[in-house]
Design a protein around this ligand. Structure first.
Ligand code: NGQ
Ligand code: ZN
Length: 458
């Protein structure tokens, strides 16, 4: 495998020029040499732009890509997260295993083209359209594994526990029948996934209690205790004010408070949408080492609220980003909106860093989301250094707000410029998956995706 020669690259020590990156046949970086000269005869592949690590997408529900753009009509003056959820449930009940495979293939290509190189799938469509388990309990989740393998996306798949309709212990609604998975069902899915994933070098498996609404906190604790301590565990935690209120009524505590008190939350956990939190809760999340999973585009789309990022970073918290409902696939835009939400709330600028921090906001956001995303998905990525996987983006200077930018000005241009995706080529585990903005499978994947959409619409 030839080494890469990048005109510039973002290394742990900072930006460097003329960087040679050596990669082993299994896709691991084995050497990084700044200021490299190429002697004659050496096989190097010159890349056409600045190189940065590909970014993990720590939270996605692939099937929701099928409804992107279709839930933007007001049907009722009281439209909210909860009415959106009813529309989402209708889509959830029309997605067959084949349709899920087609949606995920197209979605993973869109993600790769945007710069995401690992997807975290928080997956809860387990049962068939009648709510009966498939003969293979991992029938649906396996489609995500196969779609990832075909498109070259690295994947952390997290089958979801889902047991009740709300904090009052109400049984699942008919519209939730495909989601039902108690502890036994979850273990059966995990067992089957190990078989489906046996050939996937870039696959990790975790678990996801859907939320404290859907899983009693005692069950979250028991399931976590039964699995190895470093198991990847994600949970939706405090997205909507109403769920915070319901949690207080049912338990006397706020959801983050309750989770931190009752479950063994640690560095292998990721709290998705910890949107509504107080200072003590923020400090507890940061102290636990858990990653805050932020999905600014979806959180804006659903009217969730604004996570207090500056306060969290000041107490040492870590975060990553996710595309969640897949209404838009663009990590640059996620980070831009994350920062802009802070500016709109506080009436100040340049806020996504600890209180005493200074420097490039685009650079700080990209680095933080790399580290937080890699930790949350348990993947050896996010750094251009020996031992890490070669998940790399070659940026397209013609698409940067400042085409001649250098160092972190490149990331500020890419995050805040915003007209077009600034990504040209994408490598995952040493293999080019996007070249010149195109993925080899995009045409057939698009045709199959459109066919799935038509079938769902019927
Ligand atoms: C989900 N989405 O699991 O797809 C949720 C909606 C729920 C977000 N939380 C369903 N953004 O929370 O009950
Ligand atoms: Zn979600």
């Amino acid at each position: 495998m030839p080494s890469l020669l990048a005109p510039s690259a973002m290394l742990p020590s900072g930006w460097a020029r003329d960087v040679r990156i050596d990669i082993s046949p299994d896709g691991t970086i084995t050497g990084v040499t700044p200021n490299a000269s190429t002697r004659g005869g050496e096989r190097v592949e010159r890349v056409g732009g600045p190189v940065v690590p590909g970014i993990p997408n720590l939270h996605s529900h692939a099937f929701q890509r099928a409804m992107a753009g279709l839930a933007e009509k007001r049907r009722d003056p009281a439209d909210s997260f909860w009415t959106w959820r009813e529309a989402m449930y209708r889509v959830a009940h029309a997605v067959t295993p084949d349709a899920l495979g087609a949606i995920a293939r197209f979605l993973f290509i869109e993600m790769l083209k945007a710069g995401y190189t690992t997807a975290g799938e928080f997956h809860y469509l387990h049962n068939d359209l009648d709510g009966v388990p498939y003969a293979d309990p991992a029938e649906m989740s396996a489609r995500l594994i196969y779609a990832a393998a075909e498109t070259g996306m690295a994947l952390t798949v997290m089958p979801v526990l889902y047991m009740r309709a709300g904090f009052d212990d109400a049984p699942l609604e008919p519209a939730q029948r495909r989601f039902m998975a108690d502890e036994d069902r979850l273990l059966a899915i995990l067992e089957s996934l190990r078989w489906h994933g046996r050939n996937s070098a870039t696959l990790q498996v975790g678990i996801a209690p859907h939320s404290l609404r859907a899983v009693p906190v005692e069950v979250v604790r028991q399931v976590a205790a039964a699995l190895p301590e470093d198991t990847t565990i994600h949970i939706h935690v405090a997205e909507q004010i109403r769920e915070v209120e319901d949690c207080i009524v049912a338990t006397g505590a706020r959801p983050v408070e309750l989770l931190m008190a009752e479950a063994p939350v640690g560095p292998s956990w990721c709290l998705i949408h910890a949107t509504h939190v107080g200072a003590d809760e923020l400090a507890d999340i940061a102290a636990s080492g858990a990653v805050a999973g932020l999905c600014p585009i979806t959180e804006a789309n659903l009217g969730d609220g604004v996570f207090p990022l500056g306060e969290f970073l000041t107490v040492g918290g870590r975060f990553g980003v996710g595309s969640d409902s897949n209404i838009a696939l663009n990590p640059w835009e996620e980070l831009r909106l994350l920062e802009y939400g802070q500016r709109l709330v506080h009436g100040r600028r340049c806020l996504s860093m600890p209180e005493d921090g200074t420097g490039s906001v685009g650079g700080a956001l990209w680095r933080a989301a790399l580290a937080g995303g890699a930790a949350a998905l348990h993947q050896p990525v996010g750094v251009i250094a020996p031992g890490f996987r070669a998940d790399l983006l070659v940026l397209d200077r013609d698409r940067l707000a400042q085409p001649e930018a250098e160092e972190d000005d490149i990331l500020d241009s890419a995050v805040f410029g915003g007209a077009a995706l600034p990504v040209r080529d994408v490598m995952v585990a040493g293999i080019w998956r996007v070249s010149g903005g195109r993925h080899a499978l995009e045409e057939p994947a698009r045709a199959a995706f459109l066919a799935a959409l038509r079938q769902i619409a019927e």
